[in-house]
Design a binder for this molecule. Sequence first.
Ligand code: COA
Length: 172
Amino acid sequence: MSPDIRIESFDHRLAPPHAPLIRRVEAARSAAERALPNGLQRPPAAVAGILVERSKWLAQFARVGEGPDAPVVGFKLGYAERSTRFYSWLGGVDPDFRRRGIARQLMVDQHRWCTAEGFELIETSTTNRFRAMLLLNLRMGFDVVGTRAGEHALNILLAKSLKPRPGITGVL
Ligand SMILES: CC(C)(COP(=O)(O)OP(=O)(O)OC[C@H]1O[C@@H](n2cnc3c(N)ncnc32)[C@H](O)[C@@H]1OP(=O)(O)O)[C@@H](O)C(=O)NCCC(=O)NCCS
């Protein structure tokens, strides 16, 4: 990842009213609209609300340049499903900043944080349409664990165990 890009993270330790989180989600809106067909799907405060109602959550933002107005070009949001299971919910990278290792770095940092927080499994889902994300997930050690019929496409369910598995290297 180039040195002008840095990752800023917030987690459940952030005190209410969570203003810095809402500000960053707002700043991520443009990247989300460019990365995902429906953008963030809801207003920034509602996105933040989904995170902060969980016992643990992590929000990561890749920003270009310095200063409070440095634009967000990539993001990754996830939360605890149960005490040992983390759901990696939503993420994307602005098309102008792709293939620079931003999504991989966000994922590496997320997995490190999940391990430190005591999670044993990370779950996520995607569709064939999001092929780059599917490939990245597989390369980062996720297994396909199921499928579910969605409204518009088949959802591909993926999981990665954070417990070491003998003989399985994780990253391919
Ligand atoms: C998926 C996405 C986040 C990847 O972001 P990125 O910052 O470009 O990814 P990285 O540069 O970190 O790529 C890491 C690895 O992922 C894989 N990868 C990423 N983009 C890929 C592509 N278009 N085709 C094939 N493999 C790809 C490669 O293995 C890549 O490693 P390499 O560059 O050394 O070959 C980005 O393409 C995106 O925002 N897509 C749309 C949003 C999305 O799919 N969100 C998930 C919805 S469920």
